[in-house]
Design a binder for this molecule. Structure first.
Ligand code: TLP
Length: 340
């Protein structure tokens, strides 16, 4: 099978497995796991924040960010297709009791002007707006990079309104490799930043939330409350540390393969995709004449190519270290054969 469903399917390399096997561990809930501590310090340093907390998933880091910045009844502003809103099981309502107000972006990217259009004055009739979230790169936006300049304008607006700003940076590493902008430069305008190690970086488990010492103490409390306090978590943190040190640069290969894939797909009759839209490792393509869920099933059954339907007529293919350049070429021919 050629697995283009997600970069979450990446498996640890032999070298990463060896780093995991040799990890020094302790009880992390007691703050005694040296590998987790090293990972948290390294992530905080990379993102230019005071502290970071290792957690089991990107969903947990995002949802704990919402929880630490808000109280029940508050409002969070998100892009209309943000992962936090679209794919996290209704957690903003269930875990933080917040209202979500949506801003329609262009493939996930919105502007400070869009934000100001939905921000309401302080009034007893309205919920208290407390937090704005930005997703970089944007998953449902096809891996689109949030321009740093626009982030600056959004942050400026948030400061003027007393709003907190959180980044879902599950794929921030991809944005950094694609633009040459450092993680710290991207993270600077944000109060909190969530990053994942288990996507393109290829670590088996985990994400981190970074912010101020005070915010991270609060985050640690909610992590415990939600059952995310792990004991000898250094076994997993070792994979994340290895990935950060050895797998960041190689993300460019995934981006190059995604471009090649998009180019190939664009030449298949019945598929609509603009290769110029592909900035990182996600390719979202349209099939105007075919239902995407049915096509997803046929591609798997008839061609052994796994992709995800992400809309009625749109599908997603993601490149990662699990897919070789040869497989990308094969995927294009196999998809063309199914559509012919
Ligand atoms: N995204 C997954 C699915 O949930 C859709 C994927 O295959 O892309 N933020 C963003 C932007 C994400 O894309 C994801 C995972 C998460 C957060 C959540 O991470 P996990 O899966 O670790 O909870």
């Amino acid at each position: 099978m050629i697995d283009l469903r997600s970069d979450t399917v990446t498996q640890p390399t032999p070298e990463m497995r060896s780093a995991i096997a040799n990890a020094t561990v302790g009880d992390d809930v007691m703050g005694e796991d040296p590998t987790v501590n090293a990972l948290e310090e390294y992530v905080a340093e990379l993102l230019g924040k005071e502290a970071a907390v290792y957690m089991p998933s990107g969903t947990m880091t995002n949802q704990i960010a919402l929880r630490i910045h808000t109280e029940p009844g508050d409002e969070v502003i998100l892009e209309s297709e943000a992962h936090i809103y679209y794919y996290e099981g209704g957690a903003p309502a269930a875990l933080s009791g917040v209202m979500c107000r949506l801003v329609k972006g262009d493939r996930g990217i919105f502007t400070a002007k869009d934000l100001s259009a939905v921000t309401r004055p302080t009034d007893v009739h309205f919920p208290r707006t407390r937090l704005v979230c930005v997703e970089n790169t944007h998953n449902r936006g096809g891996g689109k990079i949030f321009p740093l300049e626009e982030i600056g304008a959004i942050a400026h607006f948030c400061q003027s309104q007393g709003l907190k700003l959180h980044m879902d940076g599950a794929r921030l590493w991809n944005a950094c490799i694609a633009t040459g902008i450092s993680p710290a430069a991207y993270a600077k305008p944000f109060d909190t930043v969530s990053v994942c190690f288990s996507k393109g970086l290829g670590a088996p488990v985990g994400s981190a939330l970074a912010g101020s010492v005070e915010q991270m103490q609060r985050a640690r409390r909610f992590r415990k409350m939600l059952g995310g306090g792990m004991r000898q978590a250094g076994m997993m943190a070792a994979g994340a540390l290895y990935a950060l040190k050895h797998h960041q640069e190689r993300l460019q290969e995934d981006h190059d393969q995604a471009k090649i894939l998009a180019q190939g797909l664009s030449e298949i009759p019945g598929i609509v995709v603009n290769p110029a839209d592909v900035q990182t490792n996600i390719v979202v393509f349209q099939t105007p004449d075919r239902a995407a869920p049915e096509l997803e099933a046929r591609l798997l059954e008839e061609a052994g190519v796994a992709v995800f339907a992400v809309g009625a007529h749109s599908l997603r293919a993601v490149t990662s270290l699990m897919v070789s350049p040869e497989q990308i070429q094969q995927a294009v021919s196999k998809i063309a054969a199914v559509l012919s």
